[in-house]
Design a protein around this ligand. Structure first.
Ligand code: NAP
Length: 484
């Protein structure tokens, strides 16, 4: 397969929070992989920045260890790793004080692409933006990258947007939702907009409903105190699931450009109806003989925060009026799985008689694991015995279909960081999009808080509370099984 990769210009990338968990686990191992793939221009430099007092060698050792621990085991060639580390330096800096800024300013080379990754808590965004300008480090070509969570609600998201807007134009701000960097998520757009097959059927006339599931097997573990202030709605639905919903539901943009795509996503969020409280099920995992409950993990025996949520929502526009979207996500469930399923309506008339049963087509898009797509088709059960029908999958697991090429494809962080360097914002969230998402989420959360609702308990390793099943069953539908 011939790949046409858009080249990246020489860059200086500063990672504020360069000693933190995200930098060590994702950002630097990702950059290392892109370096090995030949996508990082030789004269580029990466500067880690944090308060810790480290010299250059100390920081390189830290990153070497991180790549060994979190990088791909097949990418551990010592010589190449050493070459990559030669591009890395470190500045001890305080985002809230003056220490280190002069040194950083000296390291930034004029005329190159400059990107500043704010891999720190959002409370430091304002300090960083202000000091980058005060010390003449950022200019109108600079880019800043910020992480989720982007705010806790509409008000705090607006405040963050305001702080960033004081120093940077919207076209310089790259808000990461790493789900958008996943290969399959982009494939979702390719499937929809590069094939004529689905588009005529992609509406409420032919689609019965759409399900989006993001299930995790992990609990909240050591992040309990942090997670307890957030919950599944804020941590997963407001960003990742909403982004998936937008991509599946949006109108075809006129071209695959940042504003064209983001304008269409924004229209979807704005068309979302408020959610009926009866269409929301929240849950918390219970203790087992060996493992703690959600409330144990959160350190609050009376916590009302959800570790699971399922809800049904509607999009009020011509395309989707009448087609429900069911979203669910939770922790400590049966399996780790992210999947979107488009369930088409039954054929309008059964020519094979009642005994052939009800059958419908489905298009399942798996984001993880085993990225791929399955088209559920109805065919004749082979052999004698009349016209019995069965549903069979037309399966395309990308790893099987594309072989090694998929293994070498960049992971979400790698792709997104390279897109920052290319100046392509298509896969990043725009400020108004994030605010619109909070604008839909806030009243839902306020509603259950006002009603004092207690999440339903569910068993570890299950598919969530029984009521989540009922949410579908009441409508004569069922969730796709979360497969182990
Ligand atoms: P972390 O492990 O706590 O790291 C925070 C980093 O910020 C450290 O390098 C710390 O180093 C630095 N820092 C803190 N205060 C500073 C200051 N005043 N001046 C300069 N540097 C300072 O956090 P993280 O998990 O990497 O997360 C970073 C951001 O990414 C957060 O906003 C988080 O919500 C988001 N995020 C993280 C993940 C993940 O998987 N970890 C996933 C999605 C989003 P010093 O203490 O030495 O200064």
């Amino acid at each position: 397969m011939v790949s046409r990769v858009i080249p990246v210009e020489r860059f200086d990338l500063v990672i504020f929070g360069g000693t933190g968990d995200l930098a060590r686990r994702k950002i630097l191992p990702g950059l290392h992989r892109r370096y090995l793939a030949g996508q990082m221009p030789e004269d580029s430099q990466i500067i880690g920045a944090a308060r810790a007092d480290l010299d250059e060698q100390g920081y390189r050792d830290l990153i070497r260890d991180a790549i060994k621990e979190f990088g791909d085991p097949k990418d551990q060639d010592e010589t190449r790793l050493g070459d990559f580390l030669n591009h890395i330096s470190y500045v001890s800096i305080d985002a809230t004080g003056e220490k280190g800024w002069g040194t950083l300013a000296e390291k930034i080379r004029p005329g190159l692409i400059h990107a500043y990754y704010f891999s720190v808590g959002p409370g430091l965004f304002g300090d960083l933006a202000e000091r980058l300008h005060k010390h003449g480090i950022a200019d109108e070509r600079s880019r800043i990258v910020v992480e989720k969570p982007f705010g806790h609600d509409l008000e705090s998201a607006r405040a963050l947007n305001r702080v960033l807007a004081e120093h940077f134009d919207e076209c310089q701000v790259y808000r990461i939702d790493h789900y958008l960097g996943k290969e399959t998520v982009q494939n979702l757009m390719a499937v929809r907009f590069a094939n004529i097959l689905f588009e005529p059927l992609w509406n409420s006339q032919y689609v019965d409903h759409i399900q989006i599931t993001v299930s995790e097997t992990v609990g909240v573990g050591g992040r309990g105190a942090y997670y307890d202030k957030s919950g599944a709605m804020r941590d997963m639905v407001q960003n990742h699931l909403m982004q998936l919903l937008c991509l599946i539901a949006m109108e075809p943009p006129s071209r695959f450009g940042p504003d064209e795509v983001r304008d269409e996503k924004l229209k979807v969020i704005r068309a979302l109806e408020p959610v009926d409280p009866h269409h929301i099920v929240r849950g918390q995992y219970s203790a087992t003989a060996d493992e703690p409950s959600y409330r144990d993990d959160a350190g609050d025996p009376r916590s009302l925060t959800e570790s699971f949520i399922a809800l049904k929502c509607h999009i009020s526009n011509w395309r989707w009026s009448g087609t429900p979207f069911y979203l669910r996500t939770g922790k400590k469930l049966k399996a780790r799985e992210s999947e979107i399923v488009v369930v088409f309506k039954d054929a309008p008339h059964l020519i094979f008689g009642q005994e052939s049963g009800q059958h419908c087509n489905t298009l399942a898009i798996r984001l993880q694991p085993n990225e791929g797509m399955t088209l559920g088709m109805t065919i004749k059960d082979p052999g004698p015995g009349g016209m019995r029908l069965i549903d069979v999958p037309l399966d395309m697991t990308f790893a099987e279909a594309l072989g090694e090429d998929i293994d070498d494809a960049p992971d979400a962080y790698e792709r997104l960081i390279m897109d920052v360097m290319r100046g392509n914002q298509t896969l990043f969230m725009r400020g108004d999009e994030v605010e619109a998402a909070w604008g839909w989420t806030d009243p839902i959360i306020a509603g259950w808080q006002d009603r004092g609702e207690v999440p339903k308990p569910y068993d570890v390793g299950s598919s969530g509370p029984e009521d989540a099943m009922m949410l579908m069953h009441r409508d004569g539908r069922r969730w796709r099984e979360i497969k182990e």
